[in-house]
Design a protein. Structure first.
Length: 96
């Protein structure tokens, strides 16, 4: 599995969409992963997984604003008739 660390300025719309899906109400301290980079700088990031890649997206004020803006734009474009979209968080996972 590929692992990538991304700065806000380098995320594309697909990654931003995954972030908004995973954290629709934002993220909190429990979601943040803290580590030191090669320069021994403390980095805070949130994790997004795809089938072949784990992304660590650096946390910052601009990331929060981008997620909010993207979510607002997405809500503006959607209609009430679009019932084919299923949010994985809405599924009942108690049955195993």
């Amino acid at each position: 599995m590929i692992r990538k660390i991304l700065d806000y300025s380098k995320i594309n719309e697909d990654i931003l969409d995954l972030l908004v899906q995973k954290y629709p109400y934002g993220y909190d301290e429990d979601d943040i992963i803290t580590f030191r980079n090669i320069n021994n700088e403390l980095i805070e990031a949130i994790e997004i997984k795809t089938e072949d890649t784990i992304y660590l997206v650096k946390v910052g004020k601009r990331l929060v604003q981008a997620m909010e803006d993207f979510n607002d734009d997405d809500n503006d474009e959607s209609t009430d008739d679009d019932s084919s979209d299923i949010n994985i968080d809405d599924l009942d996972t108690d049955e195993v």
